[in-house]
Design a protein around this ligand. Structure first.
Ligand code: PHE
Length: 449
């Protein structure tokens, strides 16, 4: 999928290629790093329920909308809105997506850098024989008291830029087809293993037994934000990828496969982590929120992996797989900025990538050095920019785009049935926009009061 500004436009060669690339974008640190700690601090089961409802009623319709906008316009998000709605301000959604892409890269790549540190530490054996409290201490001192996060961040953003310039995403796809299923197998195996540990039941209860008294407007807003973040929607990543999907692919079923895989991996990460927290802490009334912060995966997963023979190898493998999952996501975020620079500002691909990487690095360095900046970028991009982008995307398809285009894209000009179209239209016209607006206004109102 190397895209030059020259036509004809590139496309994914197979159905599997499309799903692999979109799933590569969706599956990443959002599922394995962010989902568990957000679930942990926001009360467990009730958060999960709201999250799943958001995926079904809002996430899927937004994802289908992004695919269809991209495929019918054959452009980057900004250009897509310009060509589908000339003279109207919808293109601002595209610009907001570019801003969101900068913000996401500036904190996400930092975490991706942490995974490199943990590959190194697993390999070097420094995590061996440490209890969770010691592991937490090690994580904190790595993050707050050393300059290594800065080094890893620069390496990771450089790597992402290199892949995007070299246009070797096709090559990467070849490996991710093997590596991502491996990540999934490891997660499932870890889940099965932790379930045999004493105290594991408490963890499952925390994740699957909703206590709805924990639902506050803020928790609901965060579940919505997590759904958007995890599915890579609301900023045009999937508009960009949609523009590379061939006319004969079924957009509805593609979206369903991507969202299904993404959700399954997030839940599996939860099943591997929560029982482990309770088992490791060995106490009945353990307060999960004590461990549930941004260091969660970096503490619990090594603890589990090191309690099995072959710990160092398993832990090294796990963090390698996680960093690859992160890379296929950072590539897709950077792609949004680069495609915009190439198609709208007429830069060459190389210049576009270098200037994007350089400017992301400035913001990224700030987010490494100041955890307040990191927290702000993390909170604002996921919980504000993405839902806002998603709101406008469904409003656009529901109320502005001609139904003829929508139908054509969803039935591939009449060659497939598209029985779900009436339901889809109902969701994008009414349910999704109203739900996002309510959650959003109520959540923000509460956050500032
Ligand atoms: N969905 C990715 C993840 O879960 C992160 C991402 C967000 C990628 C937004 C692209 C756009 O890791």
């Amino acid at each position: 999928m190397s895209q030059e500004s020259s036509s004809p436009r590139d496309s994914f060669s197979t159905k599997f290629g499309v799903i692999a690339a979109a799933a590569g974008s969706a599956i990443g640190l959002g599922n394995i790093w962010r989902f568990p700690y957000e679930t942990g601090v926001n009360g467990g089961g009730a958060f999960l329920v709201v999250y799943l409802v958001c995926i079904l009623l809002i996430g899927l319709p937004v994802m289908i909308s992004e695919f269809l906008i991209g495929r019918s316009a054959q452009r980057n998000p900004f250009g897509a809105f310009k060509s589908l709605a000339p003279g109207k301000p919808w293109y601002l959604i595209g610009l907001m997506g570019v801003v969101a892409a900068f913000m996401i890269l500036a904190f996400y790549t930092v975490v991706a850098g942490w995974t490199l540190e943990y590959i190194y530490q697993s390999f070097a054996g420094t995590l061996k024989g440490k209890d969770p409290i010691e592991l937490k201490g090690m994580f904190d001192s790595f993050r707050y008291e050393s300059y290594r996060p800065l080094l890893w961040f620069v390496i990771f953003i450089g790597l992402t830029g290199w892949v995007v310039i070299a246009g070797i995403k096709n090559g990467i796809e070849k490996y991710t087809k093997i590596l991502m299923p491996m990540l999934l197998i490891m997660l499932v195996a870890m889940s099965v293993y932790v379930l045999t540990l004493p105290g594991a039941g408490k963890g499952l209860e925390f994740l699957f037994k909703p206590d709805f008294s924990k639902l506050t407007p803020n928790v609901i807003l965060k579940a919505l934000g997590q759904a958007f973040f995890s599915l890579s929607i609301g900023m045009g990543t999937l508009i960009t990828y949609g523009s590379y999907i061939k006319k004969k692919e079924n957009l509805g079923s593609t979206a369903l496969s991507v969202a299904g895989a993404d959700t399954f991996i997030a839940v599996m990460a939860g099943v591997a982590i929560f029982p482990a927290i309770f088992a490791l802490s060995n106490v009945g009334e353990f307060d999960v929120t004590r461990l549930a912060d941004e260091g969660l995966v970096f503490i619990t997963l090594p603890s589990i992996l090191y309690s099995i023979p072959g710990g160092p190898i398993l832990s090294t493998m796990f963090f390698i797989l996680l960093s690859v999952a992160a890379l296929t996501s950072t590539i897709s975020v950077l792609e949004v900025i680069v495609t915009y620079f190439v198609e709208e500002l007429k830069l060459t691909r190389k210049r576009a990538t270098i200037s994007a990487v350089a400017s992301v690095s400035i913001l990224g360095i700030l987010s490494v050095l100041f955890s307040g900046v990191f927290g702000f970028l993390n909170f604002t991009s996921a919980n504000i920019l993405l839902p806002l982008g998603g709101l406008f995307i469904v409003l656009f398809v529901g109320w502005s785009l001609s139904k003829k285009i929508t139908r054509e894209e969803l039935t591939n000009s009449g060659s497939i049935k598209g029985k779900f179209i009436p339901l889809y239209l109902f969701l994008v016209k009414f349910i999704a926009p109203v739900a996002i607006a309510i959650v959003f206004i109520y959540g923000i109102w509460n956050a500032i009061h």
